[in-house]
Design a protein around this ligand. Structure first.
Ligand SMILES: Nc1ncnc2c1ncn2[C@@H]1O[C@H](COP(=O)(O)OP(=O)(O)O)[C@@H](O)[C@H]1O
Ligand SMILES: [Mg+2]
Length: 252
């Protein structure tokens, strides 16, 4: 090769290498920034959810302690009312049943806001109470194999909210008669499995049309828990959810 040609060849080669190097640096820094952004968004989401749950717990406690005890006091007063007049007795009875209904509704709203049992007894008891409430008010039979508990309070709330939303959807949309819930733990993960035998749904259509907030909320909480979720369903195929969440309590 002529020395001039060699020089031109080397110059082109150097140029190409520099361009490849710059493209590499650009791609690596873009990936790095994308990762940083994703981590920042996740941290913000986690803070938002924490604030939301703190507010819910405060409202639930206010409802239970303040309004709940006022209603209980009114009920006690009414119980002590005595009359020989039949009309008045009927009105007192009616008032008693309205108060009972209000107490019942209040405890339901406060339970939905933040079940006290979740903090006091843990995840399995809270899920059991939730499923018992559903069985009392619907024709759905629920089999629950949930003996696992989660030590960290924030994580426990995420698990509970995920299961609560799945069960709310079953009650609201599924027409199911049977539901199976299992929460188990292996050496690395906590596994949550929920199936219903209802009408199922067209997953692609629902996700594409961005219908509802429940499924998005589930996704956000699974992301904060750094887990994975699998949803298998179809028209008349029931619904099967499965969540695989890293068990930070065993793996640090
Ligand atoms: N278990 C289920 N059975 C049948 N359809 C369901 C079930 N879970 C969710 N869906 C469908 O997915 C949609 C989105 O659910 P979601 O995001 O929780 O919103 P929302 O409950 O507010 O409608 C529901 O409107 C319903 O059509
Ligand atoms: Mg929903």
């Amino acid at each position: 090769m002529h020395p001039n040609e060699t020089r031109i060849f080397l110059a082109i080669l150097t140029g190409v290498l520099v361009i490849i190097f710059l493209i590499g640096v650009f791609i690596i820094s873009a990936i790095y920034h994308q990762k940083q952004n994703a981590q920042l968004k996740l941290a913000q989401l986690s803070v938002q959810l924490k604030a939301l749950e703190r507010e819910r717990a405060r409202i639930a406690a206010d409802l239970h302690d303040d309004l709940g005890s006022s209603l209980a006091a009114i009920r006690l007063q009414i119980k002590h009312l005595k009359t020989n007049n039949q009309n008045d007795a009927a009105i007192i009875d009616e008032a008693k049943s309205y108060i009972d209904e209000a107490i019942q509704k209040l405890s339901y709203v406060s339970f939905n806001m933040m079940p006290l049992i979740l903090q006091r007894n843990g995840l399995s008891d809270a899920i059991k109470e939730l499923t018992e409430m559903i069985e009392l008010t619907t024709a759905i039979k629920i089999k629950c194999d949930c003996t696992v508990d989660i030590g960290d309070n924030d994580r426990r709330i995420h698990f509970y909210r995920i299961i609560q939303e799945v069960l709310n959807n079953i009650v609201k949309h599924s027409k199911a008669t049977a539901v199976n819930i299992s929460v188990s733990r292996n050496e690395r993960y906590i596994l949550v499995d929920i199936t219903d035998n209802g009408i199922g749904f067209d997953k692609d259509r629902i996700i594409k049309n961005s219908i509802g907030r429940g499924l998005k909320n589930i996704k956000s909480r699974v992301e904060v828990l750094k887990g994975k979720s699998y949803l298998s369903t179809g028209i008349n195929k029931g619904v099967h959810y499965s969540f695989e969440i890293p068990d930070t309590e065993h793996n640090g």
